[in-house]
Design a protein around this ligand. Structure first.
Ligand code: GLA
Length: 324
């Protein structure tokens, strides 16, 4: 290692936020998790606790316990919080399935949800992923219950409602549109149209789950710059890098480090606003437990290994920041 300064210290000197998406359990039970998180990162994204399903056990109740655990830890350690996420089509309340609702009731429900949640954390959360994954894989708008009730206006409504109760930066967040491609074209058109109509949107989050492929860094830079030209901030919001188990390369940790290095360079060169990884250490990666990916990937996609030891990927990010 060329430096003994932490990732967090080096990134701060470069004006870059470095975050980790986390859950409440490791934070509560593992002192190493708390130590590495607070030493190496200056932002957290609660992975599930702010999603509608976990937050809304019944139509009239909220459960803020897990979210508060993460938010309170972050603030006590001088970290910022990325709120994730106010509107999504997954991890929704189970009672939605039997909810007898009209379009108007759905609209009111979403408005009240956003007022309550973004309003409650007004002084604590300074960035929100307001809408997550509204663009489908065929590049059309995804037909969710929000779309069914309000048409495409649900997106503008969500941003406007959030803007009424918080001064946080308001983001659109998605996967698959990191490089210049048909999906990012669709996201670009969507956001350009929202801005044209004075919808209060401040940024775009590129998730960057580099699992099925590793999008070309030069193309990611070009994509970031076109969103910046619209006046938007851009952050990498859920980065992880892994390989198919059945087709694993001989040197996955080195290839992974190379890609983390390239993306760090892209972030520094484009002046992107932040880089968040999808967990602190490999043992907490969603790839280990996500039911759609049984044993599909190696499952080691992050900067620290199961035992919180820094991996070559960590060293690559730190060296890139240090030498920039
Ligand atoms: C998306 C969401 C994340 C996480 C992953 C895995 O990327 O934005 O919060 O849930 O899917 O399911």
């Amino acid at each position: 290692m060329t430096t003994d300064r932490s990732l967090r210290e080096l990134a701060a000197e470069r004006g870059l936020t470095v975050g980790a998406m986390i859950g409440p359990d490791s934070l509560r039970t593992e002192s190493d998790h708390r130590r590495v998180l607070a030493t190496e990162f200056d932002a957290v994204t609660p992975g599930s606790p702010l999603k509608m399903g976990p937050l809304r056990p019944s139509p009239d109740t909220y459960d803020f316990g897990d979210a508060d655990t993460i938010v309170d830890f972050a603030l006590a350690n001088d970290m910022s919080v990325r709120g994730h996420t106010l509107v999504w089509h997954q991890q929704q309340p189970e009672w939605f399935e039997t909810w007898n609702h009209s379009d108007e009731r759905v609209r009111e429900f979403l408005r009240d949800h956003i007022y309550t949640v973004a309003g409650r954390y007004r002084k604590k959360i300074d960035t929100w992923d307001v809408v997550n994954e509204a663009v489908a894989d065929d590049d059309s708008l995804r037909e969710t219950m929000w779309y069914d009730a309000m048409g495409e206006d649900y997106i503008a409504n969500a941003f406007r409602w959030a803007d009424e109760v918080t001064h946080a930066d308001l983001y659109y967040n998605d996967y698959g549109g990191e490089a210049v491609n048909e999906k990012s074209d669709a996201i670009y058109d969507l956001l350009a149209d929202l801005l044209e109509r004075d919808v209060p949107i401040d940024g775009v989050g590129l998730q960057l789950h580099a699992l099925f492929d590793r999008p070309d860094p030069e193309s990611i830079a070009e994509n970031i710059e076109r969103f910046q030209d619209l006046g938007l901030d851009v952050e990498i919001t859920e980065m992880d890098v892994d390989f198919y188990e059945h087709d694993a390369p001989d040197d996955p940790l080195e290839l992974q480090a190379d890609y983390y290095r390239e993306i760090t360079e892209v972030c520094l060169e484009t002046g992107c606003d932040g880089m968040t990884v999808a967990g602190v250490n490999d043992a907490t990666s969603w790839l280990r437990y996500y039911e759609n990916f049984p044993e599909l990937f190696i499952g080691d996609p992050l900067l620290f290994d199961d035992w919180y030891e820094p991996k070559p990927a960590y060293e690559a990010v730190v060296e890139t920041l240090d030498s920039y």
